[in-house]
Write a protein that binds this ligand. Structure first.
Ligand SMILES: Cc1cc2nc3c(=O)[nH]c(=O)nc-3n(C[C@H](O)[C@H](O)[C@H](O)COP(=O)(O)OP(=O)(O)OC[C@H]3O[C@@H](n4cnc5c(N)ncnc54)[C@H](O)[C@@H]3O)c2cc1C
Length: 480
């Protein structure tokens, strides 16, 4: 949607093809018992002082349509180590966090300061570049792009709980500390540490805002439609594509924002080098989630918590590994929704999950899954509820389960290969699929391109459309 709007604003005639029945992907909300729930947009950074999201919405002309609701500054995120019972309440804001961490771990103050100095430096030096310079990220922007998060954490401290707390936002891109670069972690976690917010009306607010601008600019949106294969190719330029509707359409350039493997599947093999095919085929999937969606009757005088992460251990690598005997990390998010004039507290809890866990039902599709799959979902939801009751005993019998989702649910609803929450893993020294493809008028963007999350997916469109439009900066007017 970001790419479509940037291109339409610069005077291009734009057609947006969406495989699903409705536009919006992970931003689409759904309803249970008349209550709205978000699919893939529960909280975000980027609305803070140096907020990338605010800046992108400004440049898109959508800022007034999106209202952030900031989480309590003082008590934004509670992290509980279930084995030891240790609980840490983290505030928002880099300075407040330095102070709180130093209070929890007084002897680690130098390490804490070094961590926050470094993520601030990396984030600030990367943020502006999104709008102004060529080739950010693809070739590695700073030395920390080649440095693993785990090795940086190990060099700072031996305290396992502190390492887990500083690396906690791995759960927001689904790649292990041993695999992700310190730079990628910094770019995601700085904005989540700086401020956390949700958005009034969740992902639907974005979809409505984009749809309204699309109407003004004449962007045509076709749902239930996707490219089956490339048609006429001339001098490494794709002139036409065949759609699932049987049509063959001609076009100038295309930005492809689906999963890299889906992009690979539609490109003609004879136009690709084997090294390119191997690179894309070798990308690994990020973690996914098993999710429960519920309402919460708050006891009198209680404020709902905002985000709580329950960690069965402090080894984040283990928590991002397919579950055998061990529990996975569980992130619980509560929200307030206005439903027909009354306030409803919703609770969504995400347990890290992987395709291996549902492999035996992989051939089934949404709406026609076998009974043992339903039993698996019921069992897992009951275990999640018990973990929540242990952390919050006052919520026993007050949580009303409305639905559950496995990685298979996400796979089928989001038309992604495995239902991973964040596209491919962001691995150190990996060259992602971003920008111009081996076919000259095709470009790759989306959550797997630069960084995942709604902010990361939008950033990729800014970087890629700048190159497609041949402009150097979005500060200059993007008009024809
Ligand atoms: C359970 C879950 C929780 C999450 N929580 C958060 C969160 O709290 N905050 C946050 O910032 N991020 C969160 N994320 C991640 C975030 O949703 C994504 O990183 C981001 O929205 C991805 O945007 P995208 O446009 O790249 O992909 P998507 O939103 O997945 O959109 C891709 C679209 O392409 C369509 N499509 C697929 N193949 C084709 C094709 N061949 N032709 C045409 N269309 C096609 C799909 O139907 C879909 O509509 C979460 C994700 C999940 C799954």
């Amino acid at each position: 949607m970001t790419s479509a709007l940037l291109l339409a604003e610069s005077g291009k005639s734009v057609l947006l093809l969406e495989k699903a029945a409705a536009m919006g992907g992970s931003l689409l909300r759904f309803y249970r018992a008349g209550i709205p729930f978000d699919t893939g947009f529960h909280f975000t950074g980027g609305f803070g002082e140096h907020g990338l999201l605010t800046k992108m919405l400004d440049l898109l002309g959508l800022r007034d349509a999106i209202t952030p609701i900031f989480f309590s500054k003082n008590h934004t995120h509670r992290i509980v180590f279930e084995q030891t019972g240790a609980a840490y309440d983290l505030p928002s804001g880099i300075d407040a966090l330095r102070e709180r961490f130093s209070r929890y771990f007084p002897e680690e103050k130098p390490a804490i300061d070094r961590f926050f100095d470094k993520i601030t430096e990396i984030y600030l030096s990367s943020a502006e570049v999104v709008f102004q310079e060529e080739n950010l990220f693809s070739a590695g922007h700073c030395p920390e792009d080649a440095q693993g998060l785990q090795s940086v954490l190990d060099s700072l401290t031996t305290n396992a709980e502190l390492k887990a707390l500083l690396g906690i936002f791995c759960l927001c891109y689904g790649t292990k500390p041993a695999e992700v670069s310190f730079a990628a972690h910094s770019r995601v976690c700085y904005s989540l540490f700086e401020s956390l917010a949700r958005v009034e009306n969740g992902g639907d607010a974005f979809i409505r805002a984009f749809r309204a601008r699309f109407r003004q600019l004449g962007v045509e949106v076709r749902c239930n439609t996707h490219i089956v294969r490339c048609g006429e190719i001339d001098q490494k330029t794709v002139r036409t594509v065949h759609l699932n509707t049987g049509e063959e359409i001609a076009f100038g350039s295309a930005v492809l924002t689906m999963h890299p493997r889906e992009i690979l599947a539609m490109l003609p093999r004879q136009a690709l080098r084997p090294a390119f095919i191997h690179r894309v085929s070798d990308f690994e999937e990020s973690a996914g989630f098993f999710t429960i969606f519920a309402t919460l009757d708050l006891p009198e005088g209680h404020d709902a918590f905002t985000i709580t992460s329950l960690l069965p251990g402090s080894d984040m690598d283990a928590l991002l590994t397919p579950r055998g005997e061990h529990d996975s990390a569980l992130v619980i998010v509560s929200s307030r929704e206005s439903v027909r004039g009354r306030i409803v507290h919703t609770l969504t809890a995400f347990e890290a999950s992987f395709p291996e866990e549902t492999a035996r039902w992989a051939e089934s599709t949404t709406g026609s899954r076998p009974a043992d799959y339903q039993a698996y979902k019921e069992r897992r939801a009951a275990q999640i509820l018990e973990r929540i009751y242990k952390a919050y005993p006052e919520y026993r019998d007050r949580i009303h389960l409305l639905d559950t989702a496995s990685t298979l649910t996400y796979r089928d609803w989001l038309h992604s290969p495995t239902g991973a929450a964040y596209g491919i893993k962001q691995k150190t020294n990996q060259v992602n699929l971003v920008g111009r493809l081996p076919l000259a008028n095709l470009y790759a963007a989306g959550q797997s391109a630069i960084l995942p999350g709604v902010v990361g997916a939008m950033m990729s469109s800014f970087v890629v459309c700048r190159s497609l439009l041949g402009i150097t900066s979005y500060r200059q007017p993007v008009c024809n």
